[in-house]
Ligand binder design. Structure first.
Ligand code: PMT
Length: 222
């Protein structure tokens, strides 16, 4: 970005797969590496923004990014709500677990000789994107992702409305050059009353630059 289009703007990005504790040594997680979210944070920084990256997965990043580690969905929600108090934009690239144990075991779960089954009772986690979308202040822009394995555009459009987002990055996670842990991605940008924009396949760095460019367009249009 030549002219620092996000100078003076605060951008909050989430990244990585959340870790939901089972007991002191185990957790439930998913395949997200954090690469997409970290690439977005770097692209926002390159565009001149003040960037807070709230990550469930630790990776290397520029020292100028405010990195907050938040392993579980509940920890991530708390950090996001605090960061959004004075932010201009939110980009939710994290793969947040939809479910967690209501009360993790406080000691390591042991095998028993009498029962070969273990049942974990899961309850729904808070929806971070939906919370940010429904609580957004005038001028704040909210961008979410939709990781889908089928009916990509329909599901993404449903998420655009239900989470009150300004844009959804629809990600077919089964496409060969796209999705979890890859260095490349292929996405479609969905906005209300606009023709979908297809991007890629190309590097997550290049995809992130296009998403940040679209964020600049939305912020400038307000
Ligand atoms: O991290 P990488 O390995 O680079 O992989 C990138 C990615 C595939 C994880 C990324 O591109 C992506 O698609 N992220 C969204 C993953 C996801 O959880 O999608 P979803 O369709 O389940 O959720 C929709 C949106 O709601 C997402 O913005 C998600 O962050 C958000 N969400 C979901 C559940 C929840 N409890 N809280 C949320 O905020």
């Amino acid at each position: 970005f030549d002219n620092q289009p996000l100078k003076g703007r605060r951008v909050v990005v989430t990244a990585g797969g959340t870790k939901e504790p089972i007991d002191p040594v185990r957790f439930l997680t998913n395949r997200s590496s954090g690469k997409m979210g970290y690439a977005l944070a770097e692209a926002a920084l390159a565009a001149g923004a003040d960037v807070t990256l709230i990550a469930a997965t630790k990776r290397d990043c520029s020292a100028a990014i405010h990195l907050v580690l938040a392993p579980s969905a509940k920890e991530m929600l708390k950090a996001v709500e605090e960061a959004m108090l004075d932010a201009d934009a939110f980009i939710g690239a994290a793969a947040v677990s939809d479910f967690a144990l209501e009360k993790p075991f406080d000691k390591k779960v042991k095998k028993t000789s009498s029962d070969s089954h273990l049942t974990l009772d899961l309850v729904q986690n808070p929806d971070i994107l939906k919370t940010v979308g429904t609580q957004k202040k005038p001028g704040q822009v909210v961008i979410g992702f939709a990781a889908e394995t089928n009916d990509l555009l329909q599901n993404a459009e449903r998420k655009l409305k239900s989470k009150q987002a300004d844009m959804i990055v629809a990600n077919d996670v089964l496409a060969p050059s796209a999705g979890f842990d890859k260095d490349t991605n292929q996405v479609t940008l969905i906005q209300a009353n606009q023709v979908p924009i297809e991007i890629g396949p190309k590097s997550k760095t290049a995809i992130a630059e296009d998403i940040i460019q679209q964020l600049v367009t939305i912020l400038d249009g307000q």
